[in-house]
Design a binder for this molecule. Structure first.
Ligand code: FNR
Length: 184
Protein backbone atom coordinates (compact mmCIF):
# COMPACT_ATOMS: atom_id res chain seq x y z
CA UNK A 1 0.00 0.00 0.00
CA UNK A 2 1.36 3.46 -0.90
CA UNK A 3 2.07 5.67 2.09
CA UNK A 4 2.84 9.37 2.27
CA UNK A 5 5.46 10.61 4.72
CA UNK A 6 5.77 14.27 5.69
CA UNK A 7 9.45 15.09 6.28
CA UNK A 8 10.47 17.87 8.67
CA UNK A 9 14.08 19.08 8.52
CA UNK A 10 15.29 20.88 11.64
CA UNK A 11 17.90 23.03 9.86
CA UNK A 12 16.94 26.07 7.80
CA UNK A 13 20.27 26.75 6.12
CA UNK A 14 20.70 26.19 2.40
CA UNK A 15 23.71 23.89 2.58
CA UNK A 16 22.39 21.95 5.55
CA UNK A 17 24.04 18.55 6.04
CA UNK A 18 20.84 17.40 7.68
CA UNK A 19 18.78 18.21 4.59
CA UNK A 20 21.27 16.29 2.46
CA UNK A 21 20.81 13.23 4.65
CA UNK A 22 17.02 13.70 4.46
CA UNK A 23 17.22 13.82 0.66
CA UNK A 24 19.22 10.59 0.68
CA UNK A 25 16.49 8.98 2.79
CA UNK A 26 13.98 10.00 0.12
CA UNK A 27 16.11 8.36 -2.57
CA UNK A 28 16.59 5.19 -0.55
CA UNK A 29 12.94 4.77 0.44
CA UNK A 30 11.28 1.55 -0.77
CA UNK A 31 8.69 1.71 -3.53
CA UNK A 32 5.35 2.92 -2.24
CA UNK A 33 6.82 5.08 0.52
CA UNK A 34 6.62 8.66 -0.74
CA UNK A 35 8.55 11.30 1.18
CA UNK A 36 7.46 14.95 0.85
CA UNK A 37 9.35 17.80 2.52
CA UNK A 38 7.27 20.19 4.60
CA UNK A 39 9.02 23.56 5.00
CA UNK A 40 8.94 25.13 8.46
CA UNK A 41 11.29 28.13 8.31
CA UNK A 42 8.57 30.66 7.54
CA UNK A 43 6.08 29.44 10.16
CA UNK A 44 5.40 32.21 12.72
CA UNK A 45 6.08 31.42 16.37
CA UNK A 46 3.17 29.78 18.09
CA UNK A 47 1.15 32.29 20.08
CA UNK A 48 -2.03 31.15 21.77
CA UNK A 49 -3.59 34.57 21.27
CA UNK A 50 -3.80 33.80 17.55
CA UNK A 51 -5.71 30.51 17.88
CA UNK A 52 -8.99 32.18 16.94
CA UNK A 53 -7.56 33.69 13.76
CA UNK A 54 -4.48 31.66 12.86
CA UNK A 55 -1.82 32.71 10.32
CA UNK A 56 -2.04 30.99 6.92
CA UNK A 57 1.23 29.18 7.55
CA UNK A 58 -0.18 27.53 10.68
CA UNK A 59 -3.22 26.32 8.77
CA UNK A 60 -1.09 24.96 5.93
CA UNK A 61 1.30 23.21 8.31
CA UNK A 62 -1.55 21.53 10.18
CA UNK A 63 -3.11 20.43 6.89
CA UNK A 64 0.19 18.98 5.69
CA UNK A 65 0.52 16.95 8.89
CA UNK A 66 -3.07 15.69 8.72
CA UNK A 67 -2.73 14.75 5.04
CA UNK A 68 0.31 12.53 5.69
CA UNK A 69 0.16 8.89 6.74
CA UNK A 70 3.36 9.29 8.78
CA UNK A 71 5.95 11.84 9.88
CA UNK A 72 9.75 11.76 9.68
CA UNK A 73 11.97 14.19 11.58
CA UNK A 74 15.54 14.71 10.40
CA UNK A 75 17.28 17.15 12.65
CA UNK A 76 20.57 18.61 13.77
CA UNK A 77 21.31 19.21 17.42
CA UNK A 78 21.35 22.73 18.82
CA UNK A 79 22.73 22.97 22.34
CA UNK A 80 21.92 19.33 23.04
CA UNK A 81 18.31 19.80 21.96
CA UNK A 82 16.26 20.28 18.78
CA UNK A 83 16.39 23.60 16.89
CA UNK A 84 13.71 26.15 17.80
CA UNK A 85 12.21 26.08 14.27
CA UNK A 86 11.42 22.40 14.64
CA UNK A 87 10.01 22.79 18.15
CA UNK A 88 7.84 25.62 16.86
CA UNK A 89 6.47 23.41 14.07
CA UNK A 90 5.70 20.72 16.63
CA UNK A 91 3.91 23.24 18.87
CA UNK A 92 1.91 24.78 16.00
CA UNK A 93 0.82 21.30 14.85
CA UNK A 94 -0.29 20.37 18.36
CA UNK A 95 -2.80 23.20 18.82
CA UNK A 96 -5.47 24.55 19.33
CA UNK A 97 -6.01 22.43 22.43
CA UNK A 98 -7.85 19.24 21.53
CA UNK A 99 -6.92 19.42 17.84
CA UNK A 100 -3.48 17.81 17.82
CA UNK A 101 -2.68 17.20 14.13
CA UNK A 102 0.13 14.78 15.08
CA UNK A 103 -2.17 12.45 16.97
CA UNK A 104 -1.55 8.80 16.07
CA UNK A 105 0.79 9.42 13.11
CA UNK A 106 3.58 6.84 13.01
CA UNK A 107 6.91 8.68 13.29
CA UNK A 108 10.66 8.29 13.06
CA UNK A 109 13.61 10.41 14.10
CA UNK A 110 17.05 10.80 12.51
CA UNK A 111 19.58 13.12 14.14
CA UNK A 112 22.63 14.40 12.29
CA UNK A 113 25.82 16.11 13.43
CA UNK A 114 29.37 16.84 12.31
CA UNK A 115 30.31 15.73 15.83
CA UNK A 116 30.85 12.26 17.23
CA UNK A 117 27.68 11.99 19.34
CA UNK A 118 25.34 12.16 16.31
CA UNK A 119 22.79 14.51 17.84
CA UNK A 120 21.68 12.13 20.57
CA UNK A 121 20.37 14.97 22.78
CA UNK A 122 18.31 16.44 19.97
CA UNK A 123 16.94 13.04 18.99
CA UNK A 124 15.75 12.26 22.50
CA UNK A 125 14.36 15.71 23.34
CA UNK A 126 12.30 15.36 20.19
CA UNK A 127 11.16 11.89 21.18
CA UNK A 128 10.01 13.32 24.52
CA UNK A 129 7.58 15.64 22.71
CA UNK A 130 6.43 12.81 20.44
CA UNK A 131 5.41 10.72 23.45
CA UNK A 132 3.17 13.53 24.66
CA UNK A 133 1.71 14.11 21.17
CA UNK A 134 0.78 10.43 20.80
CA UNK A 135 3.15 9.88 17.88
CA UNK A 136 4.35 6.27 18.01
CA UNK A 137 8.03 6.85 17.19
CA UNK A 138 9.92 3.86 15.81
CA UNK A 139 12.15 2.65 18.66
CA UNK A 140 14.64 0.65 16.54
CA UNK A 141 16.73 1.10 14.56
CA UNK A 142 17.87 4.35 16.16
CA UNK A 143 19.64 6.79 13.83
CA UNK A 144 22.39 9.04 15.16
CA UNK A 145 24.36 10.13 12.09
CA UNK A 146 27.69 11.47 13.39
CA UNK A 147 30.73 12.81 11.52
CA UNK A 148 28.36 13.81 8.72
CA UNK A 149 30.93 15.94 6.88
CA UNK A 150 32.91 12.80 6.10
CA UNK A 151 29.91 11.01 4.57
CA UNK A 152 29.06 13.42 1.74
CA UNK A 153 30.91 14.53 -1.39
CA UNK A 154 31.24 18.17 -2.51
CA UNK A 155 27.88 18.05 -4.30
CA UNK A 156 26.16 16.84 -1.13
CA UNK A 157 25.73 13.26 -2.32
CA UNK A 158 25.92 10.54 0.30
CA UNK A 159 29.01 8.58 -0.70
CA UNK A 160 29.68 6.50 2.39
CA UNK A 161 28.49 2.98 1.52
CA UNK A 162 28.02 1.88 5.13
CA UNK A 163 25.77 4.86 5.83
CA UNK A 164 23.80 4.28 2.61
CA UNK A 165 23.11 0.71 3.67
CA UNK A 166 22.22 1.83 7.18
CA UNK A 167 19.80 4.49 5.94
CA UNK A 168 18.23 2.13 3.39
CA UNK A 169 17.58 -0.37 6.18
CA UNK A 170 16.29 2.43 8.41
CA UNK A 171 13.75 3.69 5.89
CA UNK A 172 12.65 0.12 5.08
CA UNK A 173 12.11 -0.51 8.80
CA UNK A 174 10.10 2.72 8.94
CA UNK A 175 7.87 1.51 6.09
CA UNK A 176 7.21 -1.68 8.10
CA UNK A 177 6.63 0.39 11.27
CA UNK A 178 4.02 2.49 9.46
CA UNK A 179 2.13 -0.63 8.38
CA UNK A 180 2.29 -2.02 11.92
CA UNK A 181 1.17 1.15 13.72
CA UNK A 182 -0.99 3.18 11.31
CA UNK A 183 -4.63 3.49 12.32
CA UNK A 184 -6.71 1.09 10.27
C1 FNR B 1 25.30 23.71 16.95
N1 FNR B 1 25.98 22.55 16.69
C2 FNR B 1 25.90 21.49 17.59
N2 FNR B 1 26.32 20.21 17.25
C3 FNR B 1 26.18 19.19 18.11
O1 FNR B 1 26.54 18.06 17.79
N3 FNR B 1 25.61 19.38 19.34
C4 FNR B 1 25.16 20.60 19.75
O2 FNR B 1 24.65 20.71 20.84
C5 FNR B 1 25.31 21.70 18.85
N4 FNR B 1 24.86 22.96 19.20
C6 FNR B 1 24.74 23.92 18.23
C7 FNR B 1 24.02 25.10 18.50
C8 FNR B 1 23.83 26.02 17.51
C9 FNR B 1 23.00 27.24 17.78
C10 FNR B 1 24.38 25.81 16.21
C11 FNR B 1 24.15 26.83 15.09
C12 FNR B 1 25.09 24.69 15.95
C13 FNR B 1 26.70 22.37 15.42
C14 FNR B 1 25.78 21.78 14.37
O3 FNR B 1 25.75 20.37 14.51
C15 FNR B 1 26.30 22.13 12.96
O4 FNR B 1 26.27 23.54 12.80
C16 FNR B 1 25.50 21.44 11.88
O5 FNR B 1 26.15 21.66 10.63
C17 FNR B 1 24.07 21.93 11.82
O6 FNR B 1 23.31 21.14 10.94
P1 FNR B 1 23.04 21.54 9.42
O7 FNR B 1 22.61 23.00 9.39
O8 FNR B 1 24.35 21.36 8.68
O9 FNR B 1 21.99 20.62 8.96
Amino acid sequence: MARSVAVFVGSLRKESFTRKIAKSLGELAPEGLNLTFVEIGHVPFYNQDEDASPPEAWIALRQAIRAADAVLFVTPEYNRSMPAALKNAIDVGSRPYGQNAWDGKPGAVVSVSPGAVGGFGSNHHLRQSLVFLNVPAMPQPEAYIGHVTTLLDDSGKLVNEGTRTFLANFVKAFADWIEATARK
